[in-house]
Design a protein around this ligand. Structure first.
Ligand SMILES: Cc1ncc(COP(=O)(O)O)c(C=O)c1O
Length: 366
């Protein structure tokens, strides 16, 4: 039986094995295991790639969000506006700062936070907006930045899924006060373990995150803050530096795969819509169907790796019952959670594999 995974990290490793092996070996040879040269070089290259003044290498995207929020002053008693249709880490980071997530429904076409609904959610306690560039598609930042400016609130981008995506011609990563990236292995730019980064043009934010990631340390045993251990490992920096050189080519392949899916699927299912001001990084290719669970099962049985990103909106998660939400509070997010399905998406996916997947989707719809 055909087996096509949702993501194939082995296929990618095979295309870059000599470069990766040499980069990892160098970290071992120099025993530069935490931060160090490889991380420093990756930070410089990634800042350059994102057209940002600074990139700070961290241990995960979740901690990138935590440190970015703290660095712009989010703390206990504050509220942060975000989307309920995202991975839980987005909201967790807010909670971990002692602040409270305030959810705003999504635009049902782009799946990103609906800027038209944000203003009504702003109060005197709102300290930041945390839009997510979900599936690689940039959130509509201009109206969000305008609201933020009027109310003097900070904007942090959750760019965990959007390495290389463009908003009105600008790379995501410098649209707000800071942007947070995940390098979880399955991401467009994935490490060989957990890793993340913050990009920013603000030197104070960069400096604060550098302190916080390393025990608040100004010198080896001199601590300006009570900080954390959120440093990036040398091996992750080395892997990411190698992979960053391939990111644009991989993203172009993802875009071609997405275009082929959209063409072949036709109107058999609802295919993704990208606004004309956006260039998606196509982290995920998400279709929308009635009877989603039936399609999910049939594709899974046909050997096709499928996913649901994400099946339970955050306001209905058991972890967030204390926020007091109920079914019906964010109808677009709830409807999306019931009808979305992610098809296999990775740069090494072949045309024939795409044809097999599309055929299986069409067959399973009958
Ligand atoms: C939208 C979003 N935000 C945050 C994260 C957290 O990143 P990490 O898994 O690196 O902690 C992820 C990834 O898992 C994500 O998809």
């Amino acid at each position: 039986m055909t087996q096509i995974p949702l993501v194939d990290l082995q296929a990618q490793y095979r295309t870059i094995k000599p470069e990766i092996d040499a980069a990892i070996q160098q970290v071992i040879d120099t025993t530069d295991f935490i931060l160090g040269h490889a991380v420093g070089e990756f930070e410089a290259a990634f800042a350059d790639y994102c057209q940002a003044a600074f990139a700070i290498g961290l241990n995960s995207g979740t901690d990138a969000l935590c440190l970015a929020l703290r660095a712009v002053g989010v703390g206990p008693g504050d509220k942060v506006i975000t989307t309920p249709h995202t991975f839980i880490a987005t909201a967790e980071a807010i909670t971990m700062c002692g602040a409270v997530p305030v959810f705003v429904d999504i635009d049902p076409v782009t799946y990103n936070i609906d800027p038209a609904l944000v203003e009504d959610a702003v109060t005197s306690k709102t300290k930041a907006l945390l839009p997510v560039h979900l599936y690689g598609q940039p959130a509509d930042m201009d109206p969000l930045l305008e609201i933020a400016q009027r109310h003097n609130i900070r904007v942090i981008e959750d760019a965990a899924q959007a390495h290389g995506a463009l908003y009105k011609g600008h790379r995501v990563g410098t649209l707000g006060n800071a942007a947070c990236f995940s390098f979880y292995p399955g991401k467009n730019l994935g490490a060989y373990g957990d890793a993340g980064a913050v990009t920013t043009n603000d030197p104070d934010v960069a400096q604060e995150i550098r302190l916080l990631r390393n025990h608040g340390r100004a010198a080896k045993y001199e601590h300006d803050r009570v900080g954390f251990n959120n440093r990036m490992d040398g091996i992750q920096g080395a892997v990411l530096k190698v992979k960053l050189k391939h990111l644009d080519t991989w993203n172009e392949k993802r875009a071609k795969i997405a275009a082929m899916y959209t063409e072949l699927l036709g109107d058999s299912v609802e295919t993704p819509t990208v606004p004309d001001w956006a260039v998606s990084s196509w982290h995920l290719y998400v279709i929308r169907v009635e009877q989603r669970d039936r399609l999910f099962e049939r594709l899974r049985k046909a050997g096709i790796g499928v996913g649901i990103h994400y099946p339970i909106p955050l306001h209905l998660q058991p972890a967030y019952t204390d926020l007091g939400h109920k079914e019906g509070d964010f109808p677009h997010a709830e409807a999306a959670a019931k009808s979305i399905l992610s098809l296999p998406m990775y740069p090494e996916l072949s045309d024939s594999q795409i044809e097999i997947i599309v055929e299986a989707v069409k067959q399973s719809r009958n």
